[in-house]
Ligand binder design. Structure first.
Ligand code: G6P
Length: 399
């Protein structure tokens, strides 16, 4: 029981006996809870992302050594050195961040990674080996399925590391270690800045494991950190072009179905872009890896179903161009999310949302932003309740 009155806060058990509680101060200010001139919290939170990436990186990386200082997580380095596999468990947007994290961990730390929906994992006869690091990702730290999966895995793996935005949450308390994302309060139900903060945290974990397991030398780590530190500025450039996304949203307002395509590290971004559109505008959107298009979704393509194709100049660029040709051959309309240096893409598609170039592995930080803005502007123009979409909750504490 808790009694809050002007004299203070008192905790008791159900019989009235006082309970002592530890006080923890949050660094969040009341100003952070205000819209500050933005029409919706979601738009404000999209615009806060460059700062969130800076804050989540701050104090944790060293450009001199290429090192990541993660002593704060509370899992001994000796344990991390022995990790041979990782399982990332999450729900919703956090699951999509986990899919990006898999690519980070596999590329940098060279350890195999499974990404699991918490609601599925917990009811399976799952197998965890002692050298497995379980990473639970949850902005709220209270999602019932993720918490249950954490509790079920706790004694069956090397350690459970939580990535969360919520201090003293159940997930933060129950995990062996915690890496906090510094996203600040997120009021909009549809997650935006917590997603980029989670990807930042997962990249830090990947870099740290790569360091302790000697998978990347210092020069490679320093080069990656340098690239990472340029990301917030590039995000700001994208935000400076928000009007172009808004205009495109007006143009595509009449459509009721969208297909999102991406490959490799941008496939999870396609999933996240489609999820944002569904959540806040109630428009049907599906996301597929480009290579799977021929196994079904291509049957849906016609002039009434536009495709958002994520096509940065990376290792799967040519493959995405093939997907684009296949869609064009079926009278499909295409919006490409492409590098601003890619002059040739314009003649192949109907509209381009340009993003700055970056290390291909870091492109999700950039490609997700126009998709968040696109979903936002479509929903706002439809007059939807952007911050409180129907049937959804910010924190899902029940099954
Ligand atoms: C809810 C929220 C989503 C979130 C998901 C997982 O559905 O509306 O935005 O991605 O829960 O939440 P978590 O707090 O575990 O990240």
């Amino acid at each position: 029981m808790v009694v809050i009155d002007p004299t203070g806060v008192r905790f008791t058990d159900f019989k009235g006996a006082p309970l002592a509680k530890k006080v923890e101060h949050l660094s969040w200010s009341p100003l952070m809870m205000e819209k500050r001139g933005f029409k919706h919290f979601m738009l404000k939170e999209i615009f806060e992302q460059p700062e969130v990436v800076r804050d989540t990186l701050q104090g944790r990386i060293s450009l001199d050594t290429g090192g990541v200082a993660l002593d704060e997580i509370g899992i001994p380095e000796a344990t991390l050195r022995q990790v041979r596999k990782a399982v990332i468990i999450a729900c919703g947007t956090s699951y999509h961040a986990g899919l990006v994290g898999k690519v980070f961990l596999e590329s940098m730390a060279r350890i195999p990674v499974d990404v699991e929906y918490a609601s599925e994992f917990r009811y399976r006869d799952f197998i965890l080996e002692k050298e497995t690091l379980v990473i639970v990702v949850s902005q709220s730290g209270e999602t019932a399925d993720t918490l249950a999966a954490l509790r079920a895995s706790k004694d069956r793996c090397a350690a459970v590391l939580a990535v969360t935005n919520s201090r003293s949450s159940s997930i933060a308390r129950d995990a062996h270690g915690v890496l906090y994302t510094h996203a600040g309060p997120e009021i909009g139900v549809a997650a935006t800045k917590t997603f980029t903060a989670q990807m930042t945290a997962l990249a830090l974990i990947a870099l740290h494991l790569a360091q302790v397991q000697d998978r990347m030398d210092a020069a490679a780590r320093i080069a990656f950190i340098e690239e990472f530190q340029r990301i917030p500025h590039k995000m700001e450039k994208i935000l400076g072009r928000a009007k172009a996304v808004e205009d495109l949203a007006s143009r595509f307002l009449p459509f009721s179905h969208f297909l999102y395509l991406g490959r490799w590290v941008n496939f999870p971004v396609a999933l996240e872009g489609a999820l944002k559109l569904k959540e806040i505008s109630y428009i049907h959107a599906e996301a597929y890896p480009g290579g799977e298009m021929k196994h079904g979704p291509i049957a849906l393509i016609d002039e009434k179903m536009p495709t958002l194709a994520i096509v940065p100049e990376d290792r799967v660029y040519d493959k995405m161009l093939s997907n684009i040709s296949e869609i064009k051959a079926r009278n499909g309309t295409i919006i490409a999310l492409a590098s601003e240096d890619d002059a040739k893409i314009h003649e192949r598609v109907d509209a381009v949302l340009a993003v700055p170039s970056a290390d291909p592995l870091l492109m999700p930080f950039l490609t997700v932003m126009p998709l968040q803005l696109f979903a936002y502007y479509i929903a706002a123009k439809r007059g939807a309740d952007v911050d409180q979409p129907r049937n959804l909750a910010k924190s899902v504490t029940v099954e």
